[in-house]
Design a binder for this molecule. Structure first.
Ligand code: ZN
Ligand code: ZN
Length: 290
């Protein structure tokens, strides 16, 4: 079968073109789903990046700091109960303040990946500054985990025109910041993309911020229903279901229990597997080169 978008020749049972991510129309293929559970360990880094004064404001700081100090340990315990590997995207600034937490994530078999230094969206940086932030994060994570990260997720999902090239130069296997497909594909000749979307992110549902006009919080039951319905369709499409969450948001009581319930519900479907984004990226690269 030939991909109608990029013209690459693809196997007849492939649901999405591994070169460009376009939906294909396979002749026969069963429902399957790969599930990637991911967490961005932002802590207060994003708030401090936007408003440096937050570093001196105990209330605002505590809102984010709950993530690495309380949310993450509970997230890790839940993952251990469920025996599921996950991917954690960790800003260097957070890793410097919580090295034992990050070390423990890697020791438990989870992926520790790059998420900027102080949560800088690449679209706000020039090429040189963006490269320097990448190098700084690589050095910090390597120093804690013992090996460089192979994956990158841009803070706020705002890549710049330089990002793909800068990641390739540094030997990254994949990025996870784009919304153009339901399945992994190549972002360039050498870099895999593991796509994400706001609808599968805890932030838009749960963050309450009266000072910036966010005055409603979703009920965990509503989010369960939304994500479960999305999962059913990902499963029917043979796609990859990637959830993006934040320990300071999903790690709150009532929400983490909802996530665990969702994981148990997902397990009851046929042909489902949970994998780290880094492993999926290696697989995707091999498929693209077949
Ligand atoms: Zn294609
Ligand atoms: Zn983030």
């Amino acid at each position: 079968m030939q991909c109608p978008v990029c013209s690459a020749q693809r196997p007849d049972d492939e649901r999405y073109c591994v070169r460009c991510g376009a939906a294909l129309r396979p002749t026969n293929s069963a429902n399957t789903c790969t599930v990637v559970i991911t967490f961005d360990l932002d802590g207060p880094s994003g708030m401090i990046n936007r408003h440096p004064e937050v570093e001196q404001l105990p209330s605002a700081y505590s809102f984010g700091e709950y993530g690495p100090t309380v949310g993450a340990p509970h997230v890790l315990a839940m993952l251990e109960r469920q025996a599921i590997p996950a991917s954690f995207y960790v800003p260097g600034w957070v890793a410097e303040r919580h090295p034992r937490l990050v070390e423990g994530m890697a020791a438990a078999g989870h992926e520790v990946a790059h998420h900027g230094y102080l949560h800088e969206p690449p679209s706000t940086l020039d090429r040189e500054a963006e490269g320097a932030v990448l190098d700084q994060g690589i050095a910090i994570l390597s120093g804690i985990v013992g090996q460089p990260p192979t994956g990158y997720r841009s803070p706020s999902w705002e890549l710049s025109e330089h990002s793909i090239g800068l990641l390739e130069e540094r030997g990254f296997t994949y990025d996870s910041s784009l919304m153009g497909s339901d399945a992994p594909h190549m972002a360039s000749d050498a870099l895999v993309e593991i796509p994400i979307h706001w609808s599968l992110d805890d932030y838009p549902y749960f963050v309450f911020g009266p000072s910036d006009g966010r005055r409603l919080m979703a009920s965990p039951d509503d989010v369960f229903a939304t994500w479960h319905a999305a999962f059913e369709e990902f499963h029917a499409r043979g796609a990859v279901f990637t959830l993006t969450m934040h320990p300071y948001i999903i790690g709150r009581p009532g929400r983490l229990a909802m996530l665990e319930r969702l994981i148990e519900a997902i397990r009851s479907f046929e042909a489902v597997r949970f994998t780290r984004a880094s492993d999926l990226a290696v697989e995707t690269l091999a498929r693209a080169r077949r």
